[in-house]
Ligand binder design. Structure first.
Ligand code: GAR
Length: 202
């Protein structure tokens, strides 16, 4: 394949989902896209180390240094345009994007969420909080979802989902790890390829 969609991955933390994408790309499993840029709103995010190690360009718009959300978004948006990014992947990005941003990249932003949407999603449900809520409700099955991002938090069309069993004695931490390993790290790279392929086909 000659053409690849330039991808930007936005992260705030550890970046294990970013790593899954980088590994999938290196293994030839994302033939329709290439990670061109990693953006973080946290200067201390380990995701940045992962990007550097893979030789991917990084950009930091730290929440403490650029504290105005609008200003941060505007700067990220300008960079994405400058780099001619075709697909934005939210991989543990902890800022909710405004409608101005999502409209600018309509059908070109995807997010991974650590539950089976529509359960345990929306404002306030992120990271460990999602798994705490799943355990508190006593569900026996949870999982992860990759979806398009629009103006409704966690409300865009679903691309892929994968179920994961809750086990006796699970803590939010053990459940989070299992959901990542069995679901997120598989469906996020798969969805990235699906969407890039679709974008190339026009
Ligand atoms: C992941 O579990 C991701 O699904 C979640 O944050 C974690 C980031 O981990 N995202 C959300 O909760 C978004 N609502 P990572 O930095 O190791 O990829």
């Amino acid at each position: 394949m000659l053409k690849k969609v330039p991808i930007a991955v936005l992260c705030s933390g550890g970046g294990t989902n970013l790593q899954a994408i980088l590994d999938a790309e290196a293994a030839g499993n994302i033939p329709s896209g290439r990670v061109a840029l990693v953006v973080s709103d946290n200067a201390n995010a380990f995701a940045l180390e992962r990007a550097k190690k893979a030789g991917v360009e990084i950009a930091v718009f730290d929440r403490k240094q650029v504290s105005d959300r609008k200003e941060r978004e505007a700067r990220i948006l300008a960079l994405l345009r400058e780099k001619q990014i075709g697909l934005v992947i939210l991989a543990g990005f902890m800022t909710i994007l405004s409608e101005n941003f999502t409209r600018a990249f309509e059908n070109r932003i995807i997010n991974v969420h650590p539950s089976l949407i529509p359960s345990f999603c929306g404002p306030g449900y992120y990271g460990l909080k999602v798994h705490e809520a799943a355990l508190a409700r006593g569900v026996k099955v949870t999982g992860a979802t990759v979806h398009y991002v629009n103006e409704v938090c966690d409300g865009g069309p679903i691309i892929l989902q994968k179920a994961v069993n809750v086990e006796e004695g699970d803590t939010p931490e053990t459940l989070q790890k299992r959901v990542m390993r069995e679901a997120e790290w598989k469906i996020l790279p798969a969805a990235a390829e699906l969407v890039c392929k679709k974008l190339l086909q026009g």
